[in-house]
Design a protein around this ligand. Structure first.
Ligand SMILES: Nc1ncnc2c1ncn2[C@@H]1O[C@H](COP(=O)(O)OP(=O)(O)O)[C@@H](O)[C@H]1O
Ligand SMILES: [Mg+2]
Length: 260
C-alpha cells in the first residue's frame, strides 16, 4: 500500500449546537480526482476549510503525504503542496491576469526581502523563474490572450479559471476547488471541467466540490456524497449513481433524476 497523498480521518466540526461536519474520512491518491457532492448546508465547504487550515477541527486528523498537518495554517499548507480555491471568485480584481498569477507564484519563489532589495543574482533568477512559470500556467489554462487584461473586465467563467490559476501558480500537489462552476453557463462549465482534467494530467490531485451530480460524476474518479455533515456514500461514480434510494432519500428526487 502506498501512502495516500491526502488522508482525512474522522474529521468533525461543531459550531455551537450545530454539527457541521461529523466523522468524515476520505483519502485522495496522487493524480486522483475526488468529487464531494451534497445539498446546500451539507458541510462541504466546512470540510474543505478544515483540510486547508482555514478553521481548526473539533476532532479528527488530516495527513498530507503521511505527515500529520492537522491545524496547520493555510500558508504553511501551501508550502507543503496543498492549495484551495474559494466558492466566491477570488481574483485580484484590479490586477491583470499576469499579475494575478504572479502573486500566486510569489510565495514559493520569493527569495527573501534582502535579496529582493539589493537585486542579487538570486533575486533576478527567482524573478526569471516566476515569469517562466507564470507563462506556463497561462499557456495551459488558455489564459494567454487575456494576459494583460484586468481581471474584473473578464467574463465570469474566465475569472473562475484565473482563480484556479492563482492556486496552480503555487505549484501544488493537490488543489481543492470549492464550487468552481457555480454560476457558470453550460459552455463555461465544460471549459472548467476540461481544465480540471488538464490539471490532473499535470500530475496534480484534485478535490472538487459541486452540487451538480452530472458535473461531478463526469469528472471524478471517486465521489463522496455528504448530507448533514456526514458521509452518505463514497465510491466510484457508477456505484454512487446506482445508489438511487440513498440519493432520493437524502438529496431529493431532483438529484435522482439528474443521473438519468
Ligand atoms: N463559521 C460558521 N459558523 C457557524 N455555522 C457555520 C459556519 N460555517 C458554516 N456553518 C454552518 O455549517 C453548515 C454547513 O455549511 P457549509 O459547510 O457551508 O455547507 P455546504 O458548503 O455544503 O453548503 C451550515 O448549516 C452552515 O450554516
Ligand atoms: Mg459551500
Amino acid at each position: 500500500m502506498t501512502t495516500p497523498l491526502l488522508k482525512i480521518e474522522q474529521l468533525s466540526k461543531r459550531f455551537g449546537g450545530l454539527q457541521a461536519v461529523a466523522d468524515l474520512s476520505y483519502e485522495v491518491a496522487e493524480r486522483e480526482i475526488l468529487g464531494i457532492i451534497g445539498p446546500n448546508g451539507a458541510g462541504k465547504t466546512t470540510a474543505v476549510n478544515l483540510v486547508s487550515g482555514v478553521i481548526e477541527p473539533s476532532s479528527g486528523r488530516v495527513f498530507l503525504d503521511g505527515r500529520d498537518v492537522t491545524g496547520q495554517k493555510p500558508h504553511v499548507l501551501v508550502e507543503s503542496g496543498l492549495v484551495r480555491t474559494f466558492q466566491a471568485t477570488t481574483v485580484f480584481a484590479g490586477s491583470t491576469v499576469r499579475e494575478n498569477l504572479r502573486r500566486g507564484a510569489f510565495r514559493l519563489l520569493y527569495p527573501g526581502f534582502l535579496a529582493t532589495l539589493f537585486d542579487t543574482p538570486k533575486a533576478r533568477e527567482a524573478r526569471a523563474r516566476t515569469v517562466a512559470h507564470v507563462d506556463e500556467v497561462m499557456h495551459w489554462l488558455g489564459l494567454e490572450r487575456f494576459a494583460d487584461h484586468v481581471a474584473s473586465s473578464l467574463p465570469y467563467g474566465i475569472q473562475k479559471v484565473l482563480g484556479m490559476g492563482i492556486g496552480l501558480a503555487a505549484r501544488p500537489r493537490i488543489i481543492l476547488l470549492d464550487e468552481p462552476v457555480a454560476g457558470l453557463s453550460a459552455e463555461e462549465t465544460d471549459h472548467v471541467r476540461d481544465t480540471i482534467r488538464l490539471v490532473r494530467e499535470r500530475g496534480i490531485a484534485v478535490v472538487v466540490i459541486d452540487h451538480n451530480m452530472r458535473f461531478i460524476t463526469d469528472l471524478c474518479d471517486r465521489v463522496l456524497v455528504m448530507a448533514q455533515g456526514r458521509e452518505l456514500a463514497q465510491g466510484a461514480p457508477r456505484d454512487v449513481l446506482a445508489n438511487t434510494a440513498v440519493i432520493e432519500a437524502y438529496l431529493g428526487k431532483r438529484y435522482a433524476k439528474a443521473q438519468r
